[in-house]
Structures are given as C-alpha cells and as structure tokens.
Design a protein around this ligand. Structure first.
Ligand code: AMP
Ligand code: MG
Length: 334
C-alpha cells in the first residue's frame, strides 16, 4: 500500500498508474472510500456501488442532489447482466460500443446488489463499461461495480486531467490516478433501453445515428431543451439543470468580442479583442474541440473575466454533445 501524504498537499494524492498505485486505489475502494481515475470521457470519482455509505459519500463530496442518479461502471456486459435486465437489445448495443463511451439505462434486476441510492430510487440503473486501460485495471483489481460520476463539484466544469480533479475535490478523495488528458473529453452518451423506443438522454461521442445502425431500429433523442423540462416528470433526473458551468457567464454563438470578455474560439476565424483566447480547434476538428473543451473553459475562467464569448460550434457528430454542454453551462443558475 502506497503511503498517502497529508490531505493538504495534493502532490501526495496524484499518482502515476503503476500496478502498486492501482492496487492502492482498489484497496481504498474496497474499504468504502473514494478514488478518482481517468476514463476516456472525463475523470471519475469512484466508490463501491454496492456500499450505501460509499455512494452517499459521493453525493456529499460532489454536493450532488440525491435525485440525480449515478452511472455504475463495470468491466463489460457479463458484469452488467448481473445488475440489470440485459436483454437482446442491450447485448447488441454492448457488442457494438463496449467497452466505450456509451451508458445504458436498464431495469435493475430484482437481485441487483447496487445501492438504491445510486439509482436515486428509480427502478432503473445506468451502466457503462469504459475502455480506458486505467479504469479497466481499477475495476478488475477492486472486483467491484464502481459508481463514478465526474470528479468535480456538482454543476461545475468536469475534469479532464488529474490536476483538474485535485483543483475541485478539495480533501474528499484519497487517491487520484494520473492518466494524462482524457481523449474524448465530454461525458458518455446516455441511452435509455428500458422503454419501447431506444432514447438518447444525453448526447456524447457515440451518435444516435451510429446507435440506430447498430440496433437496427429507430433511436429518439430527448436532450437539453426537450419539453420534458417544463412539465412532464424528467426521464433522466439531473439532465436539465444548469451544469458544466464555469464561474464566468457564457455568451453563445458569438462572432464578435465585447470589451473585457474572454473568447472560446473554434476554427481559423478568430475575432480580435478578447482578454484571453483559447481555441478549441484551429483546424475546426470537432473531436479535438471536445477533447479541449473543459480544460479551455477552466483556463479562461481562471483569468477572472466576467463573460466568455463562445464561437458557434457546428451541431453535428460530437458537436451536438459540445453544444449540449455549452447550453447547460449557459443556462440560468439556480
Ligand atoms: P454524471 O454522473 O454527472 O455523468 O451524470 C450521469 C447522468 O446519467 C445523470 O445526470 C442522469 O442524467 C443519467 N442517469 C444516470 N442514471 C440514470 C437512470 N437510472 N435513469 C435515467 N438517467 C440516468
Ligand atoms: Mg458530471
């Protein structure tokens, strides 16, 4: 077991992912405490999903509303089938996209050992098998299903580096495994397969078109500004609130910059005059833009500008996920 340094010195909390450090993370998780690790989407704040106290600690550490259910991470479909009613449609989705950035919402099995708190009391459970080798190594070493929401305070910008985790999770996590920057950079696509029609609840890198192809059936999309926000009970609690937000206000679809603003640019046409500029992708590549989104928002925010002007981002492919996150970051804050 690695000696863990004092809690006020983050350099003692961030570890390179050696076999020893991975075993330490697994030991910490098995003892009911929290460990942060990289996935291909963002860094996760992991805890034993079968342990009600450990799951409660995640909600407390993040300041996350109890009504917002967590995603449970597993090595693959075999383990997911021990938790949920993993029917033929789920098998097809897993066959096509697992391990990877697709979360499946399925009915819990009657004998599901996951804390009901992780599902926010719903009859369903969100499960995902990440492809990141460190996430896989931690899952296998701990031999636990791991609840692992993004390792940031609820509502704030998600972490895509180990240092981002250290910056936001002041004192609540016992170890952070450093896997470098996340390759995808936005959260997984959430796909509900518990109803008659497959429904994308949150856009991500895996598109509804790709899912429809793999399933051989139509896929509907219920996202940010869907009317379920106004009156019907939310299909996916927590989906519609202000989220992913920096301290600064966001001004979307900006083609000019006003005095005092920071600029989140995209492509090679960069309006002048910003106090600070970060370009998501000078070559207008949406995958690169997703990968740099959260780090860029954090850097601009750190400069202290009151407003971040955000260039228009094409709403195709993973651009839909980027715009979803930007819209929610710009949403009125409660
Ligand atoms: P996060 O952990 O912050 O990436 O958020 C996970 C998101 O997955 C939640 O905000 C929900 O929108 C969604 N989710 C998790 N569990 C369920 C579930 N049982 N039913 C519907 N949506 C879910
Ligand atoms: Mg999150």
């Amino acid at each position: 077991m690695i000696h863990l340094g004092p809690r006020d010195r983050w350099e003692h909390i961030i570890f390179q992912p050696t076999p020893e450090a991975i075993q330490s993370a697994a030991d910490i998780l098995r003892s009911g405490r929290m460990a942060a690790f990289p996935t291909e989407t963002v860094y996760g704040l992991g805890a034993d999903a079968t342990n009600d106290d450990a799951v409660a600690a995640i909600f407390r550490a993040k300041g996350r509303p109890q009504t917002n259910p967590l995603i449970v991470h597993v090595p693959g479909a075999v383990e997911a089938a021990k938790l949920t009613r993993f029917d033929a449609r789920a098998e097809r989705a897993a066959q096509a996209f697992w391990p990877g950035a697709l979360t499946l919402v399925l009915e819990r099995r009657a004998d599901c050992p996951i804390a009901t708190r992780a599902s926010a009391g719903l009859s369903t459970l969100a499960v995902r098998a990440p492809i990141h080798p460190i996430a896989q190594a931690v899952l296998r070493a701990s031999e636990l299903p791991l609840a692992a929401p993004s390792a940031n305070l609820s509502g704030q910008v998600s972490p895509t580096t180990a240092q981002h985790v250290a910056d936001s999770m002041d004192g609540s996590v016992d170890i952070i495994l450093d896997g470098g920057p996340c390759t995808i950079g936005v959260e997984s696509t959430v796909l509900a397969l518990n109803g008659p029609v497959a429904s994308v609840l949150r856009p991500g890198s895996i598109t509804p078109e790709a899912i429809a192809d793999a399933l051989g059936e139509p896929v509907e999309t219920l996202t940010t500004n869907h009317p379920i926000a106004a009156n019907a009970p939310a299909r996916s609690p927590g989906l519609l609130d202000s989220h992913y937000a920096p301290r600064a206000k966001l001004r979307l679809n900006a083609t000019t910059v006003s005095k005092g603003e920071g600029l989140l640019a995209f492509g090679d046409t960069v309006p002048p005059g910003a106090v600070i500029t970060r370009n998501l992708s000078a070559r207008a590549d949406l995958g690169e833009a997703a990968g740099s989104l959260y780090a860029a928002l954090r850097e601009i925010d750190r400069s202290g500008v009151p407003v971040i002007a955000v260039a228009p981002i094409p709403n195709t492919g993973i651009g839909v996920a980027i715009n979803d996150r930007l819209n929610r970051a710009a949403a009125p804050r409660g």
